[in-house]
Ligand binder design. Sequence first.
Ligand code: BF8
Length: 655
Amino acid sequence: MAEKEIKSIDPATVEMIEKAASEGVSIAFERAGKMTACPIGAEGSCCSICAMGPCRVPLPRGKEETPEEKKKRRGVCGATAETIAARNFVRKIAAGTASHGDHGREVAKVFLEVARGEAPGFEIKDEQKLLQLALDLGVNIGNRSNKEIAIDVGEILMKEFGKQEGELLMLKRAPIKRQEIWRKLGVAPRGVDREVAEAMHRTHMGCDQDYQDLLLHGARAALADGWGGSMIATELQDILFGTPSPVASQINLGVLKEDEVNIIIHGHEPYMAEMIAVVAQDPELIAYAKSKGAKGINLAGMCCTANEILMRHGVPIAGNFLQQELAIVTGAVEAMVVDVQCIMQGLVEVARCYHTKVITTDRRAKIEGATHIEFDEHKAVESAKAVIRAAIDNFPNRGDKVRIPSYKTDIIAGFSHETINYLLGGLFRASYRPLNDNIINGRIRGVAGVVGCSNARVTHDDVHVTLVKELIKNDVLVVETGCAAMACGKAGLLVPEAAAQYAGAGLASVCEAVGIPPVLHLGACIDNSRILMAATAMVKDGGLGDDLSDLPVAGAAPEWMSEKAIAIGQYFVSSGVFTVFGVTWPTTGSKAVTDYLFKDMESMYGGMWAFEPDPMKIAKLMIDHIDKKRKALGIDKARERVLYDMAMRRELESV
Ligand code: BF8
């Protein structure tokens, strides 16, 4: 792939890419230009699961494949292109589900330790949500203490990971019709780990070799992510650290401070970051920072850990996935503190060119050349203090290459599905009714979930921002998580004023009445489960059909790159949601597998995948789908008529 002309639409990113180049520092933007993506792997036609290969079975380039050629497209074992593409796809789902699941399991472990009083420094913050979850899980409340209830809740949810038979308990939260679809297809997941293990077994050499059967299990494993690992993580994190409510903050590299100790918290699991956010305010540590010549301690987030501590503490965000190396390029970061997932190994090499200490904190994610200070939840305060002290000690080592871009943008975040409920219905009549009513009367055309990563193969942030602007212009309310939310935050879309500036008249009128932005930030990628819950609440409130697939909603991950994104997409599709991915599509090596995902899944699940890299075309696909659903619901006439001007009339008459 040739080097892209425009690497990012974000001026802070562009400024730091140029700084890196002038200082001879290698970063992902530059490496992506030099390294061509493997076309065989990209289309899912490379099988590396046994040592007779890797076998490559690529589609013939530039011409239609003949039936004879198709027959010959087989690996050494005889595996067809279909089996190979499906196996690769299911393995991505398994990896994504395992990542979210391992996050969820770790949260459940810490949650149980907190409930048992074994993790001093942490406490249960949202007791109301604890009781609600306890009721959902059938835990006896009576006169029992919250501690006793929490232990029961934690033990029940911990068992959800290794459960061998039955169904995940959270599936019961879905609309009844959806549950029936899953049962009929045989994809209702048992335990989270059970489905991941089976996915790995089925895709082992010489096991499941029927692509349709493989993809059925892919749905089962993905559902174990969305309605299992991810949902458990979000629920327990909210109970432990507080359910988010609207909070003001700022985003972009300009949140770093020239005269303070800058600590970036990067990764996904929030316990360490939570404790650092609290401990960074300790007067003793602030005094220690001053003793080293700094004016204070400045915390900023990166990737999904950023979203976690933004949502609950208002800690500013330094940037999204592709900005992690660039934060170090500012020369002003004393410590880049990382836990798990989406941490580029390139960080350590970049850090060698400046004074930044890369500190790994999780036993599951160490990086050669980084400093390891392991987080111990039993000594959470001490662990957090050790990290902050290491950062402060590094402040005097700053070199003369400090340049912090001036760009930072105001944002409002903190929209959990509970908050949306209160904001729309009021504290005493919390309800999704006003949202449903505004969809039915056409002021809001539908709802779009735009989520996922940044990817160095496309112009950074551009696909997200162009897509989301087009959606809100067409009265589609957008909910976001992950790096997508950060891209739109930097572009000024996460503030209420964005409604008047960018949204269509209908959506703007609702946003202005309620006082919300047209793009709602729902949290980290693990919190995509909030979108499932919000969509379920819309179904349950009535008037928009009786299943998730009836809703005028659509999803997209237009700059995706991680396996977690594939797992998320698959659980949305298997939950009935039309979902579009950009950048590249990993099964194009098999037409049958791609057709199954793009077409057949609709008749099975009511949702299907699509691939489209152009943001305006993605928007059209999503809006067309929303309109199709409005029509099926009989609410397409409700939308106010477009008033034609002369030019539009002339165009009509000439047809
Ligand atoms: O879980 S959006 S690049 S940071 S994978 Fe990673 Fe993608 Fe960002 Fe969070 Ni999600």
